[in-house]
Write a protein that binds this ligand. Sequence first.
Ligand SMILES: [Cu+2]
Length: 114
Amino acid sequence: MKTSSFVLVAAMMAPAMMTPAAWANDAQQQQGAQQPVQAGAFAANEGEIRKVDKEQGKLTIKHGALLNLDMPAMTMVFRVKDPAMLEQVSAGDKVKLQVEKVNGALTVTDLAKQ
Ligand SMILES: [Cu+2]
């Protein structure tokens, strides 16, 4: 019994000792792969503010093609995720934006002046 127990413990320990290094390596590779994707996903789309409607909490934006929504370039009205976005821009500003469907409504989720 003693011998078989020792073999069993040794077999269990060997992979356990290798695991932390393997995890660290995976984590580094994942970070390296994800960074460009995140940079591209954030505020990836170009647009120009046409109108800021603070009462309605909406922005009219002439936007380029929105690939994540399969939408061609056009001028349209969006909701904003955060009302503070309405204070950050004014008509005529060139912006980078990210748009997502939130509760069925097209909503600007990220906005930054170019
Ligand atoms: Cu549109």
